[in-house]
Design a protein around this ligand. Structure first.
Ligand code: GUN
Length: 291
């Protein structure tokens, strides 16, 4: 079994980005600038946004974190987004999801200008992605593709099973894996909560991408020997073996599955760091007004 080391690959990508930023600056160019909006006090979201801001610093980007109170109105949030939309100094904008229940996430996502939507969540950018046109591809699926590419995993003609059909991960992932590209060219099954013969489907997967948000859901009896396992899940569970009393686990029971699979992403240190690296890549593209 080989570990797909997202931490290591993301460090390489950050190094590449940081070199490009140095070149831009030495040619009197503008430092790429990412703005992130965080609404409310969701603990996981705070951790993710802080990590994104820290990553910006690391590669030499400017960043602005806008923290808004849980009980601001949707109108106020739209005003904040609009201020950033018209701010020529800011290249990319993300609004961390999930938003508190009172907000219409689809409306908020649509209100970010497509050429600043470095999350790739705007319907126009999703449409471009589906049509294989140049665009911002959502960071998590783009990070998985990049990881498969850097480890030279052969996906052509393979059966790829994606578990979970979220707009952010499962749906775009299924499209990227099926399209005429490398990585890609896979035969894709998108399975979800209404899928009936899940175990049988998983057992036929050469590449299994799990984005369900269910801790330790995939066990070794559900995977094909030698399969490539990509674990997108991240859940905090109680532990007697850590100082804090908590640990992070994925949707895959790592210890169990690692005896049987060919490749696996760890949690933490697999898909998570790749997501951040791809967000930085999208922000760099935005700063060059690529799309
Ligand atoms: N919530 C979980 N993943 C993401 C992401 O990639 N971007 C944003 N904006 N919110 C998220």
């Amino acid at each position: 079994m080989k570990i797909l080391d997202g931490k290591k690959i993301s460090a390489l990508i950050k190094e590449e980005i940081s070199l490009e930023v140095k070149k831009i600056i030495s040619n009197n160019g503008k430092r790429p600038h990412l703005s992130a909006i965080l609404v409310g006090e969701n603990g996981a979201s705070q951790t993710y946004v802080n990590a994104k801001v820290k990553a910006c610093e690391k590669v030499g980007f400017e960043s602005t974190l806008i923290r808004l109170d849980n009980n601001i109105t949707q109108e106020q949030l739209l005003e904040e987004i609009n201020k950033i939309n018209i701010n020529k100094n800011i290249d990319g904008l993300i609004v961390q999801l999930p938003l508190p229940e009172s907000f219409d996430e689809d409306l908020i996502t649509k209100s970010i200008l497509p050429h600043k939507d470095v999350d790739g969540f705007h319907p126009l950018n999703i449409g471009n992605m589906v049509l294989n046109l140049p665009t911002f591809v959502s960071a998590t699926p783009a990070g998985i593709i990049e990881l498969l590419s850097r480890y030279n995993i052969n996906t052509s003609g393979k059966h790829c099973v994606v578990l979970g059909r979220s707009n952010i991960v499962g749906t775009p992932m299924s499209i990227l894996m099926s399209r005429k590209n490398n990585p890609g060219n896979a035969t894709v099954t998108l399975a979800h909560s209404r899928t009936t013969n899940l175990k049988e489907i998983c057992l036929s997967a050469d590449i299994l991408i799990v984005a369900l948000g269910k801790a330790n859901f995939i066990t070794k009896d559900m995977i094909k020997p030698g399969a490539c396992i990509i674990d997108v899940g991240i859940t905090r569970v109680k532990s007697d073996f850590t100082k804090s009393g908590w640990k992070l686990v994925g949707d895959v029971n790592f210890k169990d599955v690692s005896e049987k699979c060919g490749y696996i992403t760890p949690v933490p240190g697999g898909v998570g760091p790749m997501t951040i690296a791809m967000l930085l890549k999208n922000t760099l593209l935005a700063s060059k007004s690529t799309f």
